[in-house]
Design a protein around this ligand. Structure first.
Ligand code: THU
Length: 136
């Protein structure tokens, strides 16, 4: 069932949480600090930042850090209603393909707030990841 839109004040709260946690990023290789906040359908908010590694491929994006933290605290039955992503360069930054698939796992109808090429944007994860993969 399609979820309700996010009221502007709640969106602002989510974006502020993302901007705050962005400061904790470990990004010495890219120097690109990212913060993410996820809103669960029960109203709780969890946050995460990108955590890079000298072995570059082990980097964890902010979005997945937030989602994994929510699962660690709440268990696997979480449902994501919305995701906000911020970065310290003020540039376009939508969730990468891997993060889209992980968002889809826990929120197939989630709304994602991010910066697009022409400024702030919102999109359903189903638009960002058409035909996301699910094990039946
Ligand atoms: N990154 C995120 O954390 N989220 C995104 O949506 C895009 C990219 C991180 C990964 C890496 O640490 C840095 O940004 C540069 O790619």
């Amino acid at each position: 069932m399609p979820q309700r839109n996010i009221p502007p004040a709640l969106r602002a709260k989510l974006e502020q949480a993302a901007a705050k946690v962005m400061k904790n990023a470990h990004a010495p290789y890219s120097n690109f600090h990212v913060g993410a906040a996820i809103l669960l359908t029960n109203g709780q908010i969890f946050t995460g930042c990108n955590v890079e590694n000298a072995s570059y491929g082990l980097t964890n994006c902010a979005e997945r850090t937030a989602i994994f933290s929510a699962v660690a605290h709440m268990g696997p039955k979480i449902e994501i209603r919305a995701v906000a992503v911020t970065n310290d360069h003020g540039v376009a930054c939508s969730p990468c393909g891997a993060c889209r698939q992980v968002i889809y796992e826990f929120g197939p109808d989630a709304i994602v707030f991010f910066r697009g090429k022409r400024g702030p944007k919102q999109a359903r994860i189903s638009e960002l990841l058409p035909e996301g993969f699910r094990l039946q």
